[in-house]
Design a protein. Structure first.
Length: 312
């Protein structure tokens, strides 16, 4: 080690800190009704001005948002909203599942006309990596080979294949579809498993969440936590978001109501005391040319330096 090493940027000095993992806003906000989609995009712009950065994605929903028989019209609405969004906006779309009759139409209309304005396409009900292959072929054919994809895992079989799905090169993030996952068990998981408490305690739901988070971290992808349907209880939502971040290893979470966005941002932010400690430790480590140090009576070395750099 020499003095030159002390001057290099921590991400170089610390041998792969952050490991090339995808960086995304910690909140993904879903809306599928025109008035709410417009309001969501406006709120995104207002909060971007407040924070100096885009702090949540807006995902325009076709799967649950489009009325039966009106899928093409809804897709055209999504195109219009995406094209009219602020240039710095992060706008995504959730299309119908790959095996749905309207999937190809969604891709042709939305990606074909507004692919350059989208940050990603969310693929629901993904069962295996081959589903992502099929979706990517359609996206590429629509003229957007650059476009990233996210996937939603909603069945026990898909959870079993989570590591294979997370390894897909085009994938940025995996989300957990809590309600469909519980329903897929045919009553074996009680309805409480979809609630704000049961989803953190029922063994099958806990196992699925941990499997998805582990698969994402093993492959440098972002695990995105499922919705909390009790959207009127901001404090309960905040507690759930904290558990998702601190106990289950999730680094992103769905919002389904504007009031959920700020509690999610707060829950996924690092603790202020830990930020201060990280700064102190890294300054001392740099002064020691990244050799091990003693700080507050504890040994700190490159492994903990990587952690604290990621906190900052």
């Amino acid at each position: 080690m020499n003095a030159r090493d002390a001057r290099v940027h921590p991400r170089e000095a610390l041998l792969g800190a952050q490991g090339g993992a995808v960086q995304l806003p910690v909140c993904d906000h879903y809306s599928g009704v025109e008035a709410r989609m417009r309001k969501s995009l406006q709120l995104q712009q207002e909060m971007a001005e407040e924070f100096g950065a885009c702090v949540f994605d807006v995902t325009l929903d076709c799967e649950d948002g489009a009325p039966v028989g009106g899928e093409a019209e809804h897709a055209q609405l999504v195109v219009a909203l995406a094209l009219s969004a602020n240039p710095q906006a992060r706008v995504a779309v959730r299309v119908h599942p790959v095996d749905h009759p309207k999937f190809a139409q969604d891709i042709e209309i939305i990606v074909g006309k507004a692919g350059h304005k989208l940050c990603h396409v969310m693929l629901p009900k993904v069962e295996r990596a081959e589903d992502i292959d099929a979706a990517c072929r359609a996206i590429d054919a629509a003229g957007a080979p650059h476009l990233a994809v996210h996937a939603l895992i909603e069945s026990p079989a898909a959870v079993h294949r989570a590591f294979d799905i997370a390894a897909h090169a085009r994938l940025q993030s995996l989300s957990f579809g809590l309600m469909d996952f519980v329903s897929a068990h045919g009553g074996a998981i009680p309805s409480d498993g979809m609630g704000i408490t049961g989803q953190f305690t029922h063994p099958l739901v806990v196992r699925a969440k941990l499997e998805i988070a582990s698969a994402c971290h093993a492959n440098g992808k972002v695990p995105s936590h499922s919705v909390v349907t009790e959207f009127k209880d901001a404090k309960a939502l905040g507690r759930a978001a904290q558990r998702a971040a601190r106990e289950f290893g999730y680094t992103r979470m769905w919002s389904i109501h504007p009031d959920q966005i700020r509690p999610i941002l707060e829950a996924f932010a690092p603790d202020a005391k830990e930020v201060d400690a990280a700064a102190q430790i890294l300054v001392a480590a740099q002064a020691a040319e990244w050799a091990p140090i003693s700080h507050g009576g504890k040994l700190e070395d490159r492994a903990s330096y990587r952690y604290y750099w990621q906190v900052l």
